[in-house]
Design a protein around this ligand. Structure first.
Ligand SMILES: [Zn+2]
Length: 277
């Protein structure tokens, strides 16, 4: 068994394609990486070292909306050991959103986080959007695209008809207190929906040769440019706006989302008849 530690992880991350000054958003599974000598902190330090002092590391710090105002200074994330450790890591700034906050480490972290103040959950100006605009990477460390947040941004940028179909709990304005004590309100607009079919984007990215694949520790991992992920997803959604919705009739959002697509297509047909007649 080879030992997994900070220097072996940095080596793996560099081999995959990360380098000095890069921006990277990480979706991770600590279990998939294997036993790391120094635990989750060592994985975080390896990520920070792989992009150097000029680079940016981001992790989602999402939490469940429970109807109460959320105190972002203390609220844990449900996304697992690495993000929860990252949340408490020195220098990490948590962006102000009631449910979809992002932890950011690196130069200008506070400024990047501030974009979330006027953005929707994963919308224009959010940390993920800034990452894509800056040529940043999305790293799936032992995870697949079903946990990929940036694909929701593609839904927003295309303007799919189902953007305002909320998951139960998101029907009303949510509020949170940021670390600086200010209050953030997030209206139920451009709410992220289902992601069980996001693997289709991964398959399409793979077909186009846009994925870098390798092992980080024991974790099968993929690295891709955020902008490529957006472009491929947007193209798929323009061809078929329902392509990322699931087929489960009991799903809490997809059946309603399909109805909005049908309604918008019916609306377009009426408009064409009127304009054409
Ligand atoms: Zn669904």
């Amino acid at each position: 068994m080879t030992l997994i530690n900070k220097s072996s992880l940095v080596r793996d991350l560099r081999a995959l394609g990360l380098g000095a000054g890069d921006w990277v958003a990480v979706h991770s599974s600590m279990k998939a990486i294997g036993w790391v000598q120094g635990g989750p902190v060592e994985v975080i330090e390896a990520l920070i070292e792989s992009v150097g002092p000029g680079g940016i590391v981001m992790m989602p710090l999402f939490n469940i909306a429970d109807g109460k105002p959320i105190d972002l200074a203390v609220k844990p994330t449900y996304l697992g050991l690495l993000p929860e450790t990252f949340r408490k890591y020195p220098g990490v700034v948590r962006s102000p959103n009631p449910t979809h906050s992002v932890g950011i480490h690196g130069p200008g972290a506070a400024e990047i986080a501030g974009g979330h103040r006027s953005s929707t959950f994963i919308g224009r100006g959010s940390p993920y959007h800034q990452l894509a605009l800056n040529g940043g990477w999305v790293l799936h460390l032992g995870t697949n695209y079903n946990s990929s947040s940036i694909i929701h941004l593609a839904e927003v940028l295309v303007g799919v008809p189902y953007l305002d179909v909320p998951y139960p709990g998101w029907e009303k304005t949510l509020s949170a207190r940021a670390a600086d004590g200010s209050t953030i309100q997030a209206a139920p607009k451009e709410v992220p929906g289902d992601s069980v079919k996001f693997y289709l984007v991964q398959e399409e990215m793979d077909r186009r040769g846009l994925l870098r694949k390798g092992k980080i520790g024991n974790a099968l991992s993929v690295l891709a440019r955020g902008a490529d992920m957006l472009e491929v997803t947007m193209e798929m959604l323009r061809t078929d706006p329902g392509c990322l919705l699931c087929d489960n009739p009991d799903c809490r959002v997809c059946p309603a989302a399909r109805k909005t697509i049908e309604a918008s297509q019916a609306g377009r047909r009426i408009k064409e008849t009127v304009n054409g007649g």
